[in-house]
Design a protein around this ligand. Sequence first.
Ligand code: XUL
Ligand code: CO
Length: 437
Amino acid sequence: MEHLKDFKKVKFEGKDSKNPLSFKFYDSEKIILGKKMKEHLPFAMSWWHTLGANGADMFGRGTIDKSFGEAPATMEHAKAKVDFGFEFMSKLGIEYFCFHDVDLVPESDDINITNQRLDEISDYILVKMKETGIKCLWGTANMFSNPRFMNGAGSTNSVNVYAFAAAQIKKALDITVKLGGKGYVFWGGREGYETLLNTDVKFELDNIARLMKMAVTYGRKIGFKGDFYIEPKPKEPMKHQYDYDAATAIGFLRQYGLDKDFKMNIEANHATLAGHTFEHELRISAINGMLGSIDANEGDPNLGWDVDRFPVDVYSATYAMLEVIKAGGLTGGFNFDAKNRRPSNTIEDMLQAYILGMDTFALGLIKAAEIIEDGRIDAFIKDKYSSFNSELGQKILNNSTSLEELAEHAYKLKDANDPGSGRQEYLESVVNQILFK
Ligand code: XUL
Ligand code: CO
């Protein structure tokens, strides 16, 4: 069997290297726009895909053995995952990890036992964190796998299930704080509905907000200073999920007075499912002061579901990095919520997947910085709106005009045909010129 110890630490070798286990573009110490690449790109390993997922899908069993030499559903296995995970992150120079409660330990039928296991494993993880300097990006509670959440967690019809969701969030917050996590995520996989015939939407939304408020109150009480995140997703597993996209989630947070404590965790593949580009979701979050963290992965235009590929599309990474740079960076990081394709079933493939993702975002960063330094695109956008520099334009921007005054202006003009070209093809060719220079 392959062992991780058989692989050397992955190093930057540059774009001409033919060594598959080297970075071609990710050069952690390289300075881009005044900051180290690794500071622009705080990468994180997802515990679930990396240490849990074994390639099983709806039609077949797993293709890669992730027992790490231990029996499944034991604490020995949970610890072996920790050992492998920290060695894996160290080999790649990844400085953060993200987890769900039940990724860390096997879930018992008794929540009290699960919680004891979480105490034990988090002690074990803390030691590894001290040894390696690796940190926790965010934690979350899995409130979607257990059958009790079939009608939702915060949106459930059952008081008992609602209390279980609360208990899980409480413990996941305890562990996140214990591990010094920067963020805490809510992904509402079961918060949604199939049909209004069995659903009271307002009741459910109010209750989700109540649960989030209680989480904020408790988190702040135990000293959690980081951001809470909503991770929007329009569908899957539910037909209609309440956190459809960033705009919907932001509206929800504002409606319930949660916007001061929450930001967005934007996942690329979720944007695709919502019919948006990744960069659209980042922009909507950023202009609302809510760009928090990123789940870095990729969808597939030919598939209508959450394929969680490792990022490979340099255009998308470049457009995403333009948004991140312009927003002044993330308060969170880049969590690879991504998995190997099922037939890529070796440890080398796992390393290769992360190398691909890290190199794709490094390229995105390099090219976004070049687009900014080139200046043509920013100059075009500035010029596009320059008619608002006029006296009347300024009045509009200062909210000091009226429909009557604007109408008078229009009547004098009789007609207006001067918006000017959007020049999309030119701008796209600028991007190509910079990408392939
Ligand atoms: C599911 C998904 C989750 C969240 C955390 O699509 O993205 O893994 O990131 O619960
Ligand atoms: Co995700």
